[in-house]
Ligand binder design. Structure first.
Ligand code: TXA
Ligand code: MG
Length: 306
């Protein structure tokens, strides 16, 4: 598999129907031409992802997004405030928008994101259309936040892999549905709730309805070792992910900074898991700000969310 393709080579591979590993500022994605149902079918296959779980379509700017989704005033305000960046908007799909049925899992809505990562931007501009890109992990595993981890997860299925360095955000995008009367937070993520609510007011909680949030599988983001949360210290045989002052081998943030902890979370879970511990214990993480998404991922990785 060629490494280090230029943005135009990566775009050409996508045009040819191949899968391409792409960096974004949140996590690495495994990309495919959103309009190519055969490429998208191979993408679901490579990830082992159930076909009822729709994909995010990535575009270079909000103008391209408005040709695919129907924006109301609130969606427009969010796009203006946070794109490019770690926010995904779920909107009514516009017929002819170029995102195939399979990519949308047959829904009448579409998830759209404009990533900020310079290399992602360059590939999207060279490609000139929507690129669907789920996180580049195999289904149910932690998302890759480094080039190495992305290639380890799904490199076998990719014709090319673009190295964009370590992801600076480290958590997947925040997903907000702008379809009903109330905006809904479908997935907490790399953009915290307070920033969004400052623009559009309070967000409703996502209904437990699988149709509205089909990707929220119970066990997700999980390493192989069992996880023990809110652990003040490790037990014998456990790897320990610390937070705040201390001597843990994997300290998510010695300074107690949630941004730093988010950026380290998945990479540290993977690194700890590679040592084949009896379990992985994780220190308590505050719930405010990015802590909401960090705790969400940890709970799902531990299998606590049904
Ligand atoms: O940061 C990210 O969002 C990364 C990077 C690569 O962009 N991508 C990512 O994709 O996390 P994925 O496929 O792992 O997660 C997409 C989430 C899933 O929970 C999926 O169910 C939800 O978005 N989603 C996609 N389309 C949807 C729709 N029409 N309605 C509701 N949820 C949708
Ligand atoms: Mg994912």
């Amino acid at each position: 598999m060629p490494r280090g393709p230029t943005p135009s080579q990566a775009a050409a591979a996508l045009k040819a129907g191949s899968l391409v590993i792409l960096p974004t500022e949140t996590v690495y994605g495994l990309g495919a031409d959103a309009g190519d149902a055969s490429a998208v079918a191979r993408l679901f296959e490579a990830k082992g992802r159930p076909r009822f779980n729709p994909l995010i379509a990535h575009v270079a700017d909000a103008a391209a997004a408005t040709r695919i989704g129907a924006f109301d005033d609130r969606a427009q305000a969010l796009a203006a405030a946070f794109w490019p960046g770690p926010l995904t908007l779920v909107l009514p799909y516009r017929d002819g928008g170029g995102v195939c049925d399979l990519a949308r899992a047959g829904l009448e809505t579409v998830a759209l994101r404009v990533p900020a990562h310079a290399t992602a931007q360059a590939v999207l501009r060279a490609f000139g259309g929507p690129v669907v890109a789920p996180s580049a992990n195999r289904s149910g595993r932690p998302s890759p936040t480094t080039f190495h981890d992305a290639v380890e997860e799904t490199g076998f299925a990719a014709a090319a892999a673009v190295d964009g360095g370590a992801c600076t955000v480290g958590l997947e995008s925040t997903v907000v549905a702008c379809i009903g009367p109330d905006l809904q937070l479908l997935r907490p993520g790399g953009l915290d709730r307070a920033a969004i609510e400052a623009v559009v007011g309070p967000l409703a909680e996502a209904a437990a309805d699988a149709k509205r949030s089909p990707g929220r599988l119970a066990r997700h983001y999980a390493p192989s070792a069992p996880l023990r949360l809110e652990a003040v210290e490790p037990r014998a045989g456990e790897a320990y992910l610390g937070f705040g002052p201390g001597t843990a081998r994997w300290n998510l943030s010695p300074a107690g900074d949630l941004r730093e902890a988010a950026a380290n979370l998945f990479a540290f879970l993977r690194a700890a898991d590679r040592t084949r511990p009896a379990g992985i214990a994780v220190a308590p993480i505050p719930r405010e700000g990015l802590g909401e998404a960090i705790n969400d991922r940890l709970k799902r990785a531990a299998g606590f969310v049904g």
